[in-house]
Write a protein that binds this ligand. Structure first.
Ligand code: MN3
Length: 212
């Protein structure tokens, strides 16, 4: 993502039909080109008359929306969060072949969840228990401690770092899966780009300040 206003829609990193049959082209096209694009456009429109916030990063906007003027506060909260969450969502999926967590993420997953199956069970249970619209995320803190977090609407897990976010808004799956959120979760799980997620986790561990 750009570091600040004006934000631009990141192109989908694969063709619309690349995730079929798990996520079909129509769902992916609407989700990226309509929903994700709307969050980007709305965020820019809200910020346009407020030059003092044009230097704020997306993360700053997501975390410090409480400091914004009344008239744009809730709009920026919703739309900056929508941009942040969707950027990660589309970047962490990929086409076949299926992959698995790699070191050092695989070891952390074993310690916290007993393994990849345990992580899947925990994340799926979180995804299914989000009431209404929201996200189920695998997160890490700066020390590499993994956790699963749920957020409502387009809130973010910041200041934790999300490694993976499962979008459980109906717009993410309803065209293809109707009310079967669990089936959509299983499809999403098969598409996770574990090499990329593992690399992200490794970079976070490497950027820890040395222990004095
Ligand atoms: Mn969405």
């Amino acid at each position: 993502m750009e570091s600040h206003y004006p934000f631009a829609l990141p192109p989908l990193p694969y063709p619309y039909d690349a995730l079929e049959p798990d996520i079909d082209a129509k769902t992916l096209c609407f989700h990226h080109d309509k929903h994700f694009a709307a969050y980007v456009d709305n965020l820019n429109k809200l910020l346009e008359p407020y030059p003092s916030y044009h230097s704020w990063s997306l993360e700053q906007l997501c975390q410090n929306w409480r400091d914004l003027p009344d008239e744009i506060r809730q709009g920026v909260r919703n739309n900056a969060g929508g941009v942040f969450n969707h950027d990660l969502y589309f970047r962490t999926l990929r086409t076949l072949p299926p992959s698995a967590p790699q070191p050092p993420l695989d070891g952390a997953v074993r310690r916290v969840f007993g393994g990849t199956d345990g992580l899947k069970t925990a994340l799926k249970s979180a995804a299914l228990s989000v009431f209404g619209s929201g996200w189920a995320c695998l997160c890490t803190d700066k020390d590499g401690n993994l956790s699963i977090q749920k957020v409502a609407n387009q809130d973010t897990v910041l200041p934790l770092t999300p490694l993976l976010c499962c979008d459980v808004w109906e717009h993410a799956y309803y065209l293809q899966y109707q009310n079967r959120r669990g089936d959509y979760f299983d499809a999403w799980w098969r598409l996770i780009d574990w090499p990329q997620v593992s690399e992200h986790y490794a970079r976070i561990l490497q950027s820890r300040p040395p222990i004095p």
